[in-house]
Design a protein around this ligand. Sequence first.
Ligand code: PGA
Length: 243
Amino acid sequence: MIIACNWKMNMTTETALDLVADMATQVAVTGVQRIIFPPFPLLAAIHMRVAGTDILMGGQDCHTEQKGAFTGDVSASMLSDVGCKWVIIGHSERRQLHHETNDLIAAKVAAAQSAGLSVMLCVGETEQDRRAGASDAVVLDMLASSLPADIDPTRLAIAYEPVWAIGTGQNASEAEISAMHNRIGGFLAASNMKHVPVLYGGSVKPDNAAAIMAMASVDGVLVGGASLDAHSIKAITDQSAPN
Ligand code: PGA
C-alpha cells in the first residue's frame, strides 16, 4: 500500500518542514510506504528532514534529458542527486496546462528510470471523455503510449486519476474505481507487469480513504489537497493497511 502526497505548487520551507516533522512522528503501518512529492525548491531541505525515516521523497516532473540548455527545467538525475527516489510523470495538470503528449511522457519515463528513479505514471479521463463513454479507451491508450518499450516494471506505479475528480471534492465511486483498476490490471498483466501497483487519486480525503484503500484492486492513493494538512494526512495514513 502506497500513500503518495502530491503537494503541487504549495508550501514554503517553513510550512513544509513543519508538516514533514509531524509526519515523521507518525509510525506508518508495516507494509505501507509513504512518499511525498514537494515542489523542486524544497527538495534539498526536505531530504535532510526525511533521511533516516520511512518517508521517501520524489519530484513532481522531470525533463527528457539529464542536462543541457533547458532553462527552467529539472532533470531526473538532478532529482536523484537531491535524494529523490520517485518522480510523478504525466500528471493531468502537466498534460493539460503544459500540453504534454504521451510521446513526451514516455521519453520522460525512460529518462527517469535511466537516472535510477521509480516512476509514478498518472493516467485518467476528462469529464468530456467520460460523458462520451470513452474513459476506458482513453486510459488504455495513455498507458500503452506513455510507457517506453524498455520499461522496468519493478520501478513503476500507475496512478489512476480521473481528471474530473481532481481537486473537485467529487471522488470516483467505488464501482468506477474498481472497473478502471481492473482494466488497468488487465493491461498490466497482458504486458508482463502484473506486480505494478495501481493507485487511485482524485479528492481522496480522510472520510473516503478507508473505503478506497480497502478495495482489492487499489494498491495505494495519490493525495493532493488533503496531503497539505497534517491532521488529514495522518487520518488517511491511520486508515491504511497493506492489501
Ligand atoms: P486532489 O489531487 O487530492 O486534490 O484531488 C490529487 C492529484 O492531483 O494528484
